[in-house]
Design a protein around this ligand. Sequence first.
Ligand code: UDP
Ligand code: MG
Length: 137
Amino acid sequence: MERTLSIIKPDGVSRGLIGEVIKRFETAGIRIAAMKMLHMSKKEAEGFYAVHSDKPFFNSLTDFMSSDPIVVMVLEGENVISKNRELMGATNYKDADPGTIRADFATDIEKNVVHGSDAPETAATEIKYFFSELEIH
Ligand code: UDP
Ligand code: MG
């Protein structure tokens, strides 16, 4: 069993895509082990995306991620890290496979509806950023 962090980004929440995204996870046999809605501050968004702090898109990305509420989830299942990345599609929606969340709903390389951890180490760090062990069921 593996765990990963999923975020429905501000564009996904404000466009009414929470149910659509969750339906795709559950249909794929992924279990939701924790979930909450929150509105990150700019500082919290910078902390979450610290790995990208030297990138040209960092300031815009952290403005976007702190612009409106998000839904954060812990997903659980076999190979859920890569399974979730497959359901999400490529970072740039123009490169994303048809039928993926980003291909179907993203409007921009930045506003791409969902985040998903990319490896076991980042999953562990990212889950801890939002959830205590008592909040994961
Ligand atoms: N991003 C962006 N411009 C880029 C690359 C990434 O605005 O050229 C944003 C986009 O929202 C992406 C996030 O930064 O989801 C994190 O980038 P990463 O390369 O980690 O992509 P992801 O893991 O989300 O597919
Ligand atoms: Mg990433």
